[in-house]
Design a protein around this ligand. Structure first.
Ligand code: CU
Length: 120
């Protein structure tokens, strides 16, 4: 049965290597195309509180928590939630987003830690 399903293993191997080559060549390129933005948490505030990013494009957010306490980056509009322990950083990928405003907040300090992503 196996011989009938794969009559020529060499052909399969060739296609597999073509596919692997494509993945290998495309992956670093697409990664390099992803813009990176940084947000800092200091004294339970976000800096910047308003971050402008390009619309219709995937974006990498690096969130640095400079406080000693943990914070949770959360956004209903972005459908993201990420706990970042004190004095560490977290990565959140967002988008591609339609032009507009996307509020986010720090769930552990909801009165102060407020911000928004502006996609344009
Ligand atoms: Cu949460």
């Amino acid at each position: 049965m196996k011989e009938i399903l794969t009559p020529c293993p060499h052909l399969h191997r060739r296609w597999r290597s073509v596919l692997l080559f494509l993945l290998w060549s495309i992956a670093p390129w697409s990664h390099a195309q992803t813009p990176v933005f940084e947000i800092e948490i200091r004294e339970h505030l976000f800096f910047p509180a308003e971050l402008v990013i390009p619309a219709n494009q995937k974006v990498k957010l690096i969130i640095y928590n400079r406080d000693d306490t943990p914070e949770e980056f959360e956004s209903y509009e972005l459908n993201r939630e990420k706990v970042i322990v004190g004095n560490s950083q977290g990565v959140v990928f967002i988008g591609p987003l339609k032009p507009g405003e996307y509020p986010f907040f720090g769930e552990f300090n909801m009165k102060t830690a407020l911000g928004k992503i502006i996609a344009e």
